[in-house]
Design a binder for this molecule. Structure first.
Ligand code: NCD
Length: 313
């Protein structure tokens, strides 16, 4: 079977372009499994997967849990307030404790960038980053590539505008390198107050208004303003932000005719995207959520080396 070149997925840089293709292609077959009446495969029976979520999450944690269960792994969820970290245990000790229980894969979400790396250095289990601070969120980027590929075909040469809070977004942190690895052209778009100090080092083109690039875009990827990470209000008002950076029907009509609109969720309707656009046929937000389960199944399967799954049900 195909195997990945890495043991952990902490940032997009852990993966090669071949790994990305392997994950997306494997996810296609799991997507088909997810459409069956009986959605469970015996592939990872007897393997243990721990979801260690030390920061709030609805869709990512649920998606990893469903993915593990559909592959018959034993999935255990540990939330921040229920774990020993609130009693002062260090991340390294948490890692050693989980290692001693002989689990096979840990998914970790943490408010500090670099926490998944610390865990990975202290344990034999595979580590998958479910979002670390303002750093990266690689499984989100992979499910986004999967969704983009299904809607606009080959991504080489396609232009993707990533709009909003570039400075604080780990989604942008993974999506920019992911798009470059598949030959697409990312443009990060936002007010200067929501841009990192050196946006050029991201490896994307930079635009400070959406209107100057909207006609070029095959995909508009809108981001939530990470109020929990921004200091003060980075623009005069939410209304002002929506006027210049919100994806609305007028801007949708100026995009390429086949262009699509994406959002990782949770979405603030009326701010980064209008309700009319969010609910339009060109919004693929729910397809992203649907892809999340198949892509995470593929990642677990490829990291843990499950058996052939094609005909099992
Ligand atoms: C994102 C996250 O947590 O980084 N959400 C997600 O995983 N779907 C984006 C966000 O919170 O804005």
């Amino acid at each position: 079977m195909t195997v990945l070149s890495c043991k952990n997925i902490i940032s997009m840089e852990d993966l090669t372009p071949d790994d990305i293709v392997a994950i997306l292609d494997t996810a296609e077959s799991f997507k088909e499994v997810n459409e069956r009446r009986i959605k469970k495969l015996p592939t990872l029976r007897g393997r243990t997967i721990i979801n260690l979520f030390l920061e709030p999450s609805t869709r990512t944690r649920t998606s990893f849990e469903i993915a593990a269960k559909r592959l018959s792994a034993d999935a255990i969820n540990m939330a921040g307030s229920a774990s020993a970290t609130v009693k002062g245990e260090s991340l390294r000790d948490t890692a050693k404790t989980l290692s001693a229980m002989a689990c096979d894969l840990i998914v970790v979400r943490h408010k500090y960038a670099g926490a998944p790396q610390v865990l990975a250095e202290s344990m034999d289990a595979c580590v998958v980053n479910g979002g670390d601070g303002m750093h990266q969120h690689p499984t989100q980027a992979l499910l986004d590539l999967f969704t983009m590929r299904r809607h606009v075909g080959d991504l080489a040469g396609k232009t993707v505008g990533i709009v909003g809070d570039i400075a604080h977004s780990r989604v942008a942190g993974s999506l920019v390198p992911a798009l470059r690895m598949v030959g697409a052209h990312p443009i990060v778009i936002g007010p200067p107050t929501l841009m990192p100090a050196r946006p050029d080092v991201l490896g994307a083109d930079v635009a400070y208004t959406l209107d100057e690039v909207i006609e070029e875009l095959d995909i508009v990827y809108t981001l939530r303003i990470q109020m929990e990470r921004a200091e003060g209000m980075p623009f005069p008002s939410l209304r002002e932000y929506a006027r210049f950076y919100g994806m609305n029907e007028a801007r949708l009509n100026r995009m390429k005719p086949e262009g699509i609109v994406m959002h990782p969720g949770p979405m603030n309707r009326g701010v980064e995207v209008s309700s009319a656009v969010a609910d339009s046929e060109r919004s693929v937000v729910l397809d992203q959520v649907n892809a999340g389960v198949a892509v995470r199944m593929a990642i677990m399967y490829l990291l843990l080396g499950g058996e052939a799954h094609g005909d099992a049900a």
